[in-house]
Write a protein that binds this ligand. Structure first.
Ligand SMILES: [Zn+2]
Length: 107
């Protein structure tokens, strides 16, 4: 399956740790046969102190995954593949806003 960037996504300053994490996530998306679209990188508006601004976070499209069970499985598989140094969560409270958020955040 393809990997693509939403037009206008800012990727300057993205750290290699996150790119490595993205490779793990890509394997899971391939397994479930979903396109992986990066919807935000180091740009956009996030909460103060967000790891997006440090190049340690990425947002990935989730709204094209219509089946909730599949989405939950992908969430689990991605976190499992990434290990404890990463967080992989579903963010956004509406269907329009929701997305996966990947960040490198070792304790
Ligand atoms: Zn995010």
């Amino acid at each position: 399956m393809d990997i693509s960037l939403k037009p206008g996504v800012k990727i300057e300053g993205l750290r290699p740790e996150v790119v490595l994490g993205l490779m793990c996530v890509k394997e899971v998306f391939d397994k479930y046969r979903y396109e992986l679209v990066i919807t935000e990188g180091t740009g956009g508006t996030h909460m103060v102190g967000s790891l997006h601004y440090k190049g340690l976070a990425l947002d990935i499209r989730s709204k094209h995954i219509s089946d909730a069970v599949t989405k939950a499985k992908m969430l689990f598989d991605c976190q499992d593949a990434l290990g404890e140094n990463f967080d992989f969560i579903l963010e956004g409270d509406t269907r329009i806003n929701e997305h996966f958020h990947l960040e490198f955040d070792p304790e």
